[in-house]
Design a protein around this ligand. Structure first.
Ligand SMILES: CC(C)(COP(=O)(O)OP(=O)(O)OC[C@H]1O[C@@H](n2cnc3c(N)ncnc32)[C@H](O)[C@@H]1OP(=O)(O)O)[C@@H](O)C(=O)NCCC(=O)NCCS
Length: 359
């Protein structure tokens, strides 16, 4: 067994493409990432190909992404990431330390975490935040201060606590079985369509058509202000057509298919609600439901149900062999959970959202 002194934290080279001569570390990082998530979740639903992941690490005017690989005896066994939003005078840093289970419990995580805090300080960031999935386990649990949800006091929870973090929020990961009955989706789509008088549905596969760029960009920006975040801190994001095009381009460059379903107000042509379903090149893999939002002033018209079920209905012809849809919601977000539960989503695991403020 190697000791901590044989372990190296190496800044990750971001190659121009996955076929480039210097892409080996990026590919190794992706494989380690997928293996770590498989160890935690017991499935490959969060797996990404290097091709899919690479666009998210290429330089981007909206954030700085620092990343190191953890190398032991020539093998990549983990990664350290620090994301620094470039929104105004942002004080926030979001980070991960992820190691293969074979490398837990030797102080590697603690040594890696020192890099996180150093990077945050060097960039003047004082609000450090991180998320981890906490698979269900017997024993002591930590309750979210929101009053909704708890996580087992597992190794990750002890790690956060030892480094001065507090649990702020619990997120539910849910899955919808696409091989089961479609009745609930069809029934809710019909009733929501009837209830949503004055609005109509528009759908496209990314890239976003020009006529919806501005409207969808505004709705996307509200994801940073209008969703329940408990005491977690997020900068208000400014989205314009150019930022939205960069967002779409990452899906396209990664070979992903993203279906966007929006509700448009008939009278004004404004995009007032949206839902996103995404899958990679492997159409037999899990689908991910990304953002869903109804603008505040248009809530109460069943538009959340409308965009979600219209998306799922259309998805049958886009990815008929995808077995399930995965989605994440704050455990206290009852309006959204009500919709998902009615559609047939069931909880599969819980993540903790952790925060620490430094001087
Ligand atoms: C959470 C995680 C990063 C911690 O990494 P780690 O290297 O195991 O963490 P530490 O260095 O703090 O060591 C953990 C344990 O080993 C013990 N330990 C610390 N230094 C040690 C050393 N030099 N030798 C032996 N044991 C040591 C600690 O007391 C601690 O015990 P505990 O788990 O019972 O509380 C790691 O478990 C992991 O990658 N988990 C999956 C991903 C994840 O959840 N990440 C959370 C942050 S995003």
């Amino acid at each position: 067994m190697s000791t901590l002194t044989t372990v190296e934290f190496r800044p990750l080279t971001i190659p121009a493409s996955v076929d480039a001569d210097d892409a080996a570390d990026f590919i190794g990082m992706t494989l380690a990432r997928n293996e770590i998530y498989r160890e935690i979740a017991g499935d490959d639903d969060d797996a990404m190909t290097p091709e899919q992941l690479l666009p998210h690490y290429q330089s981007n005017p909206d954030e700085i992404r620092l990343i190191w690989v953890v190398v032991d005896a020539g093998r990549i066994v983990g990664r350290i990431g620090v994301d620094l939003p470039l929104e105004g005078e942002s004080k926030n840093a979001y980070w991960i330390v992820e190691l293969l289970r074979s490398h837990h419990g030797r102080g590697i995580g603690t040594a890696a975490y020192a890099l996180v805090e150093d990077a945050a300080r060097a960039h003047g960031r004082t609000v450090l935040q991180s998320w981890a999935e906490h698979p269900d386990a017997p024993g002591t649990r930590l309750e979210a201060p929101t009053g909704f949800g708890s996580v087992p006091e597992d190794r990750a929870a002890r790690f956060y606590a030892r480094h001065g973090y507090t649990l702020e929020q619990v997120e539910r990961k849910s899955a919808l079985d696409l091989t089961a009955s479609r009745d609930a989706v069809d029934r809710i789509l019909d009733s929501a369509t009837a209830a949503a008088a004055g609005y109509h549905v528009v759908q496209w596969v990314a890239p976003t058509p020009d006529e919806y760029l501005e409207g969808y960009a505004w709705a996307k920006s509200r994801m940073s202000t209008d969703v329940p975040t408990a005491a977690m801190e997020f900068d208000e994001e400014t989205w314009d057509a150019e930022r939205l095009k960069r967002h779409d381009q990452r899906y396209l460059d990664g070979g992903q298919t993203a279906l966007v379903t929006v509700a448009v107000e008939d009278a004004t042509g404004t995009v007032v609600a949206f839902n996103e379903l995404v899958i990679g090149r492997d159409l037999t893999a899990a689908t991910h439901q990304e953002d869903t939002l109804v603008l505040k002033e248009h809530r109460g018209h069943r538009l959340g149900q409308l965009v979600k079920t219209a998306g799922l209905a259309r998805w049958r012809s886009i990815a008929p062999d995808s077995p399930r849809v995965i989605t994440y919601n704050a455990e206290e977000n009852r309006p959204m959970l009500d919709i998902n539960e009615a559609i047939g989503f069931v909880p599969v695991s819980y993540s903790g959202a952790w925060k620490k403020t430094i001087d």
